[in-house]
Design a binder for this molecule. Structure first.
Ligand SMILES: Nc1ncnc2c1ncn2[C@@H]1O[C@H](COP(=O)(O)OP(=O)(O)OP(=O)(O)O)[C@@H](O)[C@H]1O
Ligand SMILES: [Mg+2]
Length: 349
């Protein structure tokens, strides 16, 4: 852990082969209002040691995407109706449910926004960790598992872990609880760690510490991270690549630099304009995106952002745009790119 007098040095990044490939993932919720298309044809991949950011407004389907990847979308309403989630070459959507208990935690794991959702208030954190670790290290005795728990807590920046291990969740601060949850999520040495808004409940200093910790864990273990947030500032700090989600779809995706230097979907531009910056600190009013996203159970046939887009014309209302790509592999679904970027996929709705 760095103190304010030390200069923080970014850990070195090593990005390897593709670990996770998500193809045409669709998770729909069957409700009394109709079919809510929360995840509607997503395509993305994540490499070893890489961090992919998924960013978008509230309700666009980020958490449902994460839960679908763990096959934990709320039943019976939610159903993953199509797609592939290929992890280390194997489509986990095809695995029998009992096997998922081992895939979750050891192959793919998740840190939730609210640590109390993942912690049990009536057990000490040591007991909870030993129980989880017991699943991964079958046959190891309690003492060995406890030793592992202490090591992982130390890795997640918990001071004096051998003493803290007997504490109950209510005896810890929010930041400390989130570290414990992080420790539990990495205890099975997963290949992919999904972080769903893990720092929203933390104050900014603790948030910065937590983000550094995740980077350090990534540098040490090579874990791939999918970082879900609505905060473009956090994306800039954490991610190598970014996927921008709007109304159940990824509307733009690319290398961080490419998307930040050349945001090409009007929604991404609007998201970036709504981030406060020092340069524009004198501007009295913060930019906000007018209007509301469409209801996911009553989607328009055309571009889903059209009703809020200053550039929308008749074509945008008539048909969802194809996916266009520039020479760097940066993609966006927007009719305005027709003729400028290469068309790589027909519209999927
Ligand atoms: N249990 C549920 N039953 C029915 N609809 C749901 C359920 N959970 C979520 N939804 C709907 O699915 C859509 C996607 O929700 P999701 O939680 O994935 O959004 P999100 O992008 O994570 O938003 P936030 O930033 O607020 O966390 C929303 O329209 C939401 O209303
Ligand atoms: Mg969410």
């Amino acid at each position: 852990m760095t103190t304010s007098s030390e200069v923080y040095k970014e850990p070195e990044k090593k990005i390897g082969n593709v670990v996770l490939e998500v193809r045409d993932l669709r998770t729909y919720l069957y409700t009394k209002w109709g079919v809510t298309k929360a995840v509607d044809g997503l395509n993305f991949e994540v490499r070893e040691g890489e961090t992919l950011g998924i960013v978008g407004e509230s309700g666009c389907g980020k958490s449902m995407t994460a839960l679908s990847m763990l096959r934990l979308a709320p039943k019976p309403a939610a159903r993953t109706v199509s797609g592939q989630i290929i992890l280390d070459g194997e489509d986990i959507l095809q695995r029998p449910e009992p096997e998922m208990r081992f895939i979750r935690g050891q192959k793919i794991s998740m840190i939730l926004q609210d640590p109390m959702t993942s912690l049990n208030p009536v057990y000490s954190i040591g007991n909870q960790m030993v129980e989880a670790l017991g699943m991964y290290y079958q046959g190891e005795d309690n003492k060995g598992l406890k030793g592992r728990a202490v090591d992982i807590l130390r890795k997640m920046g918990v001071a004096a872990p051998e003493r803290r291990i007997i504490d109950y969740p209510h005896q810890m601060s929010g930041g400390m609880k989130q570290r414990v949850v992080g420790a539990m999520a990495i205890s099975g040495t997963p290949r992919v760690l999904i972080c769903d808004e893990p720092t929203t409940a933390l104050d900014v200093t603790i948030q910065a510490q937590y983000l550094r910790l995740l980077k350090q864990v990534q540098a040490d273990t090579g874990v791939s991270i999918i970082f879900i947030t609505h905060d473009m500032g956090v994306v800039a700090k954490m991610c190598d690549r970014v996927a921008v989600m709007y109304a159940g779809k990824i509307v733009e995706q690319g290398e961080l630099r490419s998307v930040f230097n050349n945001p090409s979907h009007p929604y991404t531009k609007a998201l970036m304009a709504s981030v406060p910056s020092m340069e524009h600190a004198h501007v009295e009013k913060l930019y906000s995106i007018e209007g509301q996203p469409p209801a996911l159970f009553d989607l328009p046939v055309g571009c889903r952002f059209a009703n809020r887009c200053e550039f929308a014309d008749a074509k945008c209302l008539e048909a969802y745009p194809p996916m266009f790509q520039d020479e760097d592999g940066h993609t966006a679904d927007c009719w305005r790119l027709e003729g400028q970027w290469k068309k790589v996929a027909e519209a999927t709705t």
